[in-house]
Ligand binder design. Structure first.
Ligand SMILES: [Zn+2]
Length: 334
């Protein structure tokens, strides 16, 4: 058996190193325990009764009444949050600008002990609906260049609060990862006249090796050039460039595949911490036809070390075909 294989991601043109034998090294990756939580924690700022501990609400469901199901509030310790124009200052060697943009928290449930994978489809659909509403509102602001919806689950994924929540950051500058994907997708479209993600989906659904699940108009699969163990992508099977264009009737299916995928990862990997990130084309210009929004779920089963941090090249020890097979097998483990 070869020491390793290099694989190229067609959506980024980046190479990753697939080195299954490195996974046989003597130490196992640590999976953090998630001790049971109370339904309500009096000291938690996101729990009902403590609404005064967060900044005023931006959005809530339902809009009126004492019992809310989802709330959106500014992050008290936001990375960005100033209004006004994103005016650059300084010289080219020392350029800076004010922290224009926003950093919001989506409190996904009034229950302190809720988890996306254990919530009902209706409840998760409301979270997805809120993500889309805030995405639309933020990307429409003239000073905003990108909006990132993400979720950090568990301490290894960087969360500081246990109460179920996700976050939305709107930045006044373009983001390197998104620019790279837009660039590759634009060139691919220019060469082939079709969205690279549409071609990728067709190829993955034909070979079926790495497909994990399908739900309505959505599919989850392990990418061919997976950068880390059990990295999982969720995409609409129909072409849609911007997450902001997600239709009301598609929200339920996205909720369904999110719950199912997170459940399979939990069963197959022993409840790992994870990061979830949503990549979307901005809702303007040519990007709607060349790009295809998608969600990446990265379970925290390995820690990037010096080589990965320095090079931005990943070393993955679990072949995505094997990960997909284990995830599919986990459907039987109810
Ligand atoms: Zn709480």
């Amino acid at each position: 058996m070869a020491v390793s294989t290099l694989r190229q991601d067609p959506t980024t043109r980046q190479w990753v190193i697939l080195a299954p034998r490195r996974g046989e090294r003597p130490h196992q990756p640590a999976v953090a325990a998630h001790p049971p939580q109370p339904e309500r924690d009096p000291s938690c700022p996101f729990c009902p009764g403590n609404e005064g501990q967060t900044p005023p609400e931006i959005l809530r469901l339902p809009p009126e009444g004492p019992d809310w199901r989802v709330r959106v509030v500014p992050n008290l310790y936001g990375a960005l949050g100033e209004g006004g124009p994103p005016r650059r200052s300084g010289s080219p060697m020392f350029r800076e600008m004010p922290g224009v943009g926003s950093h919001e928290v989506v409190i996904e449930s009034p229950r302190h002990d809720a988890r996306l994978d254990e919530m009902s489809e209706e409840e998760v659909a409301e979270v997805v609906w809120v993500w889309r509403e805030r995405y639309r509102a933020l990307i429409a602001r003239p000073e905003i260049r990108a909006v990132v919806v993400f979720k950090n689950f568990g301490p290894l994924a960087g969360t500081s609060l246990l109460h179920p929540h996700s976050q939305i950051v709107a930045t006044p500058v373009y983001l390197p990862r998104l620019l790279r994907r837009l660039d590759v997708a634009t060139r691919y479209f220019d060469d082939n006249g079709v969205c690279v993600y549409d071609d990728l989906l067709a190829a993955e659904r034909e070979v079926r090796l790495r497909v994990v699940d399908e739900c309505g108009g959505f599919v989850s699969f392990e990418p061919f050039a997976s950068g880390s163990p059990y990295e999982t992508w969720i995409l609409p099977t129909f072409h849609q460039g911007s997450f902001g264009d997600l239709a009301d009737e598609e929200v339920d299916d996205l909720a369904c595949i999110l719950i199912r995928t997170l459940t399979l990862i939990r069963r197959a990997c022993g409840d790992p911490d994870y990061n979830l990130v949503l990549y979307s084309a901005p809702t303007n210009g040519h990007t709607d036809e060349v790009f295809h929004w998608h969600i990446k779920i990265i379970p925290k089963l390995s820690t990037p070390a010096g080589f990965e941090i320095g090079s931005a090249m990943s070393i993955n020890t679990v072949p995505p075909e094997e990960a997909a097979e284990r995830l599919r097998a986990a459907r039987q483990l109810a």
